[in-house]
Design a protein around this ligand. Structure first.
Ligand code: FPP
Length: 230
């Protein structure tokens, strides 16, 4: 694939872990664990094929009202990932960034997320962005309130700098697994001109080959950004 056709930034809505586990008569937490392992593989693959930013929707603001048991399972996975697995990512010259309101998470998890960002390599050639307790509406409201406090009129660049994604380019492609056809409060401002790709595959089954298929589909599209065809 020509390098210019590889999306710089891919957003990934990792849906379907619960259904994947249910089909196997296993608890939802087993689906999330399998989802985490798949995400680790996909991040490695995305870096290999030349994607520079991969944003994974790991926990939405709305997900925080899920049953305690499921949340505890997810927090356990965060602890495991950010204490251990993340080191492999650093070794490959990749860094971690977190977007979302992490102050609402258990203190030790929030601290781990801060530490992971701080110990990420500088000048990394790949960024894995974790959207955790993230919601576009909360992000936009937070930015608007900061702008009001500053009392300044903003242009797009100024507004962008108040979002959690400051410094991260807009996603070129958003992929959603699990069969639903919506964005679910994920990067709504940033995805104004993103290409969207949906698949019925449940996230733990979403292979590297299927990711490549999404990239190929993206490469075949013509992006006009509201302009007429040249
Ligand atoms: C949505 O599927 C998925 C989530 C709410 C969590 C996604 C989390 C992971 C893949 C684990 C990542 C962990 C780390 C540490 C990066 P769902 O459970 O709502 O699926 P369903 O629609 O089938 O119920």
């Amino acid at each position: 694939m020509a390098e210019s056709r590889i999306p710089l930034h891919v957003g990934l809505i990792m849906d379907g872990n619960g259904r994947w586990a249910k089909k196997r008569l296993m608890p939802r937490s087993y689906g999330h664990k399998s989802g985490m392992n798949r995400m680790i593989g996909l991040a490695e693959h995305a870096q290999k094929v030349g994607v520079k930013y991969l944003t994974v929707y790991t926990l939405s603001t709305e997900n925080l009202s899920r049953p305690r048991e499921e949340l505890d399972g997810l927090f356990g996975l965060f602890r495991k990932y950010f204490k251990t697995n993340v080191k492999k990512l650093y070794e490959k010259n990749a860094r971690v960034k977190v977007i979302g309101n992490i102050s609402a998470l258990p203190d030790d998890v929030a601290k781990l997320l801060e530490e992971s960002q701080a110990s990420s390599p500088e000048n990394a050639d790949f960024t894995l962005v974790f959207a955790i307790n993230y919601g576009s509406r909360a992000e936009i409201l937070n930015a608007v309130n900061r702008a009001i406090e500053d009392g300044k009129k903003l242009d797009e660049r100024g507004f962008g700098s108040l979002l959690y994604t400051d410094g991260i380019p807009d996603p070129d492609l958003i992929v959603r697994t699990g069969g639903e056809l919506r964005l679910s409060n994920f990067l709504c401002y940033q995805s104004a001109y993103s290409e969207l790709y949906f698949t019925d595959t449940l996230f733990p089954d979403f292979s590297d080959e299927q990711f490549d298929k999404a990239l190929k589909d993206y490469a075949s599209r013509e992006r006009r950004f509201g302009k007429v065809q040249q």
